[in-house]
Design a protein around this ligand. Structure first.
Ligand code: ZN
Length: 150
């Protein structure tokens, strides 16, 4: 396995790639579906499984609606209500709320691949979720082919 700036090669029928996301706010949801679709197209995988992983403790990945941009805004608003930024937390770094939100949404998602495309519902998008920005973040995508890579 070699680790480059944007591609981590894995043998057999799997490819691992990563890309960066520049966030612009303390809390933000960024649609990364198209960026993952580009990696999938480059891989030429027709059928398989796509794992999306965020190697951070104050960011997350989730699948939800982006047809109406009010949906991610409502998710961020409500997470802010449930987990306020200040609540007498012990963690001295001062970003416990971001850690908690990251754990609520989780660090990974799995999406099936069929006919060379992600199997997503009509209204579903894959979001990178920032809770302690702005920062430059990493997203790791591992594509496992069920058919052989050509
Ligand atoms: Zn911290």
């Amino acid at each position: 396995m070699t680790c480059g700036t944007c591609q981590l090669e894995i043998g057999g029928n799997e490819i691992m790639k990563q890309f960066t996301v520049r966030t612009n706010a303390r809390a933000e949801m960024i649609d990364i579906t198209d960026r993952i679709r580009i990696l999938l197209k480059e891989s030429r995988i027709r059928s398989g499984i796509c794992h999306v992983f965020v190697p951070h403790t104050t960011a997350a990945v989730t699948i939800n609606e982006n047809a109406d941009p009010d949906v991610p805004q409502d998710i961020l608003m409500e997470l802010g209500e449930i987990v306020p930024y200040n609540n007498h937390y012990r963690h001295a770094e001062g970003n416990s709320a971001a850690h908690i939100k990251a754990s609520i949404l989780g660090a990974s998602e799995t999406v099936f691949i069929e006919n060379g495309d992600l199997v997503l519902g009509t209204w579903q998008s894959i979001f990178f979720c920032e809770f302690d920005g702005p920062r430059t973040r990493r997203v790791i995508v591992r594509l496992a082919a069920l058919d052989s890579l050509k």
